[in-house]
Design a protein around this ligand. Structure first.
Ligand code: TYD
Length: 144
């Protein structure tokens, strides 16, 4: 499976009419998991890099409900960059995939749907540790 297949861009239906747009995302229907947590990131800017982690347990869908941002996604072998710039699109990020979010427009509101409640201990925040855990790097002598 390619990284693009593992992390597909999702297109949500628009139920809008002359009164405006309406996008509905139902857990385990429009996205591949039940939603346990929602958070959103705003007031970041083009100089900021967020994310910079992989998760042992959580799956995510990222949607820019306003403005735009980019997500750099890697599994340690391949890398893809997805520009999120429409409220009707999102990107799915499964467990154990590294992601960085950056290049936020000043009006960016990045909505994140997560499959888990927050547990800081399932976040892998060092890239070398991530590579070790997915078997792409040997442990060094000091961190056996
Ligand atoms: P962080 O994971 O650094 O944010 P991002 O991945 O979006 O760049 O989270 C920033 C802080 O917020 C950190 O102290 C952990 C806390 N936090 C929670 O308490 N619950 C959550 O669901 C999230 C995403 C973060």
């Amino acid at each position: 499976m390619t990284l693009k297949e593992k992390c597909p861009v999702l297109h949500f239906g628009d139920l809008g009419d002359e009164r405006g747009k309406l996008v509905v995302i139902e857990g385990a229907q429009a996205i591949p998991f039940e939603i346990k947590r929602v958070f959103y990131i705003y007031d970041s800017d083009s100089t900021v890099v967020r994310g910079q982690h992989a998760n042992k347990e959580s799956e995510f869908v990222l949607i820019n409900v306003a403005g735009r941002s980019k997500v750099r996604i890697t599994d340690g072998k391949e890398e893809i960059i997805v520009e999120l710039n429409k409220p009707m699109m999102g990107v799915y990020i499964p467990k154990m995939i590294w992601k960085d979010m950056y290049d936020f427009s000043s009006d960016s509101v990045l909505l994140v749907l997560a499959s888990t409640h927050y547990d800081g201990s399932e976040y892998i925040r060092e890239y070398d540790r991530y590579l070790e855990l997915i078997g792409l790097k040997q442990k060094g002598p000091l961190n056996v």
